[in-house]
Design a protein around this ligand. Structure first.
Ligand code: ARG
Length: 467
């Protein structure tokens, strides 16, 4: 293939150089965006009188044909083309002849590739937002179904205080709410149009950038051409958002792994989301939850990779920046199935209510409630905490649990305690129902929280996913 920049070169490129520098095998994903951007550029060239209406029609017709070819799979990522932009331009000239050579007037691959990535990431952020929306709705539905299911809440992975399964699940709802807010920040910064920046100093032709932006659905334009071609913040923001979101998914993944173990027994994964062992016939492994947890590592790696690539780069465009793509694509390909599979795993899991309630009857988890009760009898909290600590130690020493202590024994710790009082205090429902505070675990507080969650769900952004 003849290089579009071949004019000043006398000798051909070393094939190893072609292989090393080619990006076509991954940036071919941008074909749709590249053609969209070129169509808008052709329109602007014609509107400015730089090409004729007839030439614009020929170029646009050729681009539409190429789009159809690529969609039909008639495309091979041959690295001699270097990248998708040169492939499409070259193919255009093959199709329509000399006029094809007018497409790149007033444009550089630097503003072109930036435009393509902005368009692409906006589209994908829309798709990811819809997946987050679906996951949040599933969490709300599960919460509604499990308002009455008690389970131990944990700190340090030690049983701490009784909670409701709904409350536990809704805590994830709010994490994803913040993720969707961060996603909107990344979207706002992606929604700025770089085309017209040229190589770095602004196009030499009087193109109507507002016209191009409106056609391509951008809210804003870059005000500085150097910034336009060298900015990768919007990708870093996407990767930061994705990293935090994957971190959240990895925590759910971990809990699904723990909960489906015999040690917890809180849930059983649906067969569709579990795998067997090639050696041990009894095994049902939560591989998908493990992989959601495990794939978090590559997403963090992609963020650190691009941060490292960008660090210390002089202005404006540098070829290093071609390295922005694979990590972003890999992150999209990891995050999307992680979101949909997490939703499916949660939706199809069977929660073992009896096992959770058995665990929540572990009366030591009600120790705080005894201490709180003594506070209502005038004991300063630090003293009541100490007293209940001694009670726990005493019961351990005598091989009893707290609910087996007699009134005689209880009186020694505080005169207001007796066996009847203890029975009430050690009921996990007494514990949860006392926490009526906003954000607390009582049934009334939880119902308010669920209503607030449903109310808080954001409208999805972007156009509907064609897939
Ligand atoms: N493939 C390149 C990239 O992804 C396109 C821009 C190339 N520009 C250049 N001046 N070599 O960044």
């Amino acid at each position: 293939m003849k290089k579009p920049w071949g004019g000043r070169f006398a000798r051909r490129t070393d094939p190893e150089v072609e292989r090393f520098s080619a990006s076509i095998h991954f940036d071919c994903r941008l074909a749709g965006e590249d053609i969209e951007g070129s169509l808008a550029h052709v329109d602007a060239l014609a509107a400015a009188g730089i090409i004729t209406a007839g030439e614009a029609a020929d170029i646009s017709g050729g681009l539409e044909e190429i789009r159809a070819e690529i969609e039909a799979g008639k495309f091979e990522a041959d690295h001699s083309y270097e990248d998708i932009h040169m492939y499409i331009e070259n193919r255009l000239s093959e199709k329509i002849g000399e006029t094809g050579g007018k497409l790149h007037t007033g444009r550089s691959r630097n503003d072109q590739v930036a435009l393509d990535m902005h368009l692409y990431i906006k589209k994908e952020l829309g798709a990811i937002d819809r997946l987050l929306d679906a996951l949040q709705r599933t969490l709300c539905d599960l919460a509604a179904a499990h308002t009455g299911t008690l389970m131990p809440g944990y700190t340090h992975l030690q049983r701490a205080q009784p909670v409701r399964l709904a409350h536990h699940l809704l805590s994830y709802f709010w994490m994803f709410q913040r993720d969707r807010e961060r996603l909107r920040g990344a979207y706002r910064r992606a929604d700025i149009m770089p085309l017209g920046a040229g190589a770095l100093a602004g196009s030499g032709f009087p193109l109507d950038r507002e016209r191009v932006a409106a056609r391509l659905g951008f809210t804003d334009l870059y005000e500085n051409s150097i910034d336009a071609v060298s900015d990768r913040d919007y990708l870093l923001e996407f990767l930061s958002f994705a990293s935090i979101c994957m971190m959240h998914l990895s925590r759910i993944g971990e809990e699904l792994v723990l909960w489906s173990s015999a040690e917890f027994g809180f849930m059983e994964m649906d067969d569709a989301h579990a795998t067997g062992s090639s050696l041990m016939p009894q095994k049902k492994n939560p591989d998908i939850a493990e992989l959601v947890r495990g794939k978090t590592g590559r997403v963090f790696g992609n963020l650190v990779g691009l941060l490292t690539t960008m660090k210390g780069l002089p202005l404006s465009y540098n070829r290093d920046m071609q390295e922005d793509k694979e990590g972003v694509f890999d992150t999209i390909d990891t995050l999307k199935p992680a979101l949909s599979l997490t939703r499916e795993m949660l939706r199809s899991a069977r929660f073992n209510r009896a096992e959770m309630e058995e665990a929540v009857r572990d009366v030591s988890a009600m120790a705080t409630d005894i201490a709180d009760y003594l506070v209502t009898r005038g004991v300063p909290f630090r003293d009541s905490h100490h007293l209940v600590g001694q009670m726990v130690a005493y019961s351990r020493e005598h091989g009893k649990s707290l609910d087996e202590l007699t009134t005689d024994e209880l009186c020694r710790f505080h005169p207001s305690l007796d066996a009847e009082k203890m029975e009430k205090l050690l009921d996990p429902f007494t514990s949860t129902e006392s926490r009526t505070i906003r954000g607390g675990v009582s049934e009334a507080a939880l119902k308010k929280q669920l209503a607030a969650a449903r109310e808080a769900v954001l409208p999805t952004i972007g156009s509907p996913d064609p897939e």
